[in-house]
Unconditional design. Structure first.
Length: 305
């Protein structure tokens, strides 16, 4: 499925919350942008492009940095922008971390729905994978290969039964594919919480914005339980989608992650660039070369509650 035209939003919209790791209050303002502007954060007057060349650190989240200014935990917002087909946007932020909200991409998608989508006249540009790429770290790896649409899979392999070796695949062509990942929340294990706090992380974490598993008793601590039985692997696919969008273009290709995290996701995106493993093609060129049907962009917003 290929959407033909670039998108931004119709009018500004504001999002308030707290940072998952910083615990600090933060306000985001999403602002319309012109065609080919791309996705950019603005912090204290500094523009921080949402591109891999500005990616900074990857410990439990993805951060961007430019000219003395940092923005942390961008991945769920980036995933929401990919899922709603937004190519161009300015994001004003008044603190160091994107709000965690409910731990998923859903509240960002709802904000975009409120702002409305604006279709620009310029065609969308896709990064079409042209060769096999693999990055690895120990037993973790991510592979990419050419494919006629965008597909992203995450395979877990935990030594417990509560997540175990579940996997999930997002396939852009599938009807309502976004519903499979958009509401999946971030998660951690109870035994990790102390470690995270000792590193100055997860200060804003709570059962309101994260799923917490107790792997000893194999239970979920959140009183309402899980949103999907395989919510963690769906969330890992969401993270992968958000990190991949730091390439600066939506990918057409098949990406498979075995236990990858933000660091490996970023390394994969850097390797795509280093190995010249993709061609930039306009929507018309994609439609021609891959013999895919031109379809309207998915009606993501109509389906958001
Ligand atoms: Zn995440």
């Amino acid at each position: 499925m290929v959407c033909q035209f670039q998108r931004t939003i119709q009018k500004p919209v504001q999002i308030k919350g707290i940072g998952l790791h910083s615990g600090l209050p933060v306000t985001l303002k999403l602002l319309p942008a012109r065609a080919n502007d791309g996705i950019n954060f603005i912090k204290n007057g500094v523009i921080i492009p949402a591109k891999i060349g500005y990616a900074h650190s990857f410990e439990f989240s993805t951060s961007l940095y430019n000219d003395g200014e940092i923005v942390r935990t961008v991945e769920h917002l980036m995933a929401a922008l990919y899922l709603t087909g937004i190519d161009n946007l300015y994001i004003e932020i008044d603190n160091e971390e994107v709000p965690i909200l409910d731990g998923s991409a859903k509240p960002f998608i709802e904000a975009i729905k409120k702002a409305g989508i604006y279709s620009l006249k310029e065609e969308k540009v896709y990064a079409v994978l042209n060769s096999y790429v693999r990055v690895e770290n120990g037993d973790k790896f991510i592979e990419g290969r050419p494919y006629h649409t965008f597909r992203a899979t995450f395979q877990a392999d935990y030594p417990n039964n509560i997540i175990g070796n579940k996997f999930f695949t997002y396939e852009a062509e599938k009807r309502d594919a976004f519903l499979g990942v958009s509401a999946a929340r971030t998660y951690c294990f109870l035994e990790e919480v102390e470690y995270l706090k000792s590193k100055g992380l997860a200060k804003g974490g709570s059962l309101e914005n994260a799923v917490v598993f107790d792997s000893k008793t194999e239970t979920v601590l959140n009183p309402d339980g899980l949103r999907y039985e395989d919510e963690p692997v769906r969330h890992k696919v969401l993270d992968l989608i958000g990190d991949l969008y730091l390439l600066g273009y939506p990918i057409i290709g098949d990406v498979y992650s075995f236990k990858g995290g933000h660091k490996l996701n970023a390394e994969f995106v850097k390797t795509l660039i280093a190995e010249d493993a993709f061609d930039l093609k306009t929507a018309s060129e994609v439609i021609k070369s891959l013999d895919v049907k031109r379809k309207e962009c998915p009606d993501v917003l109509g389906k958001v509650a």
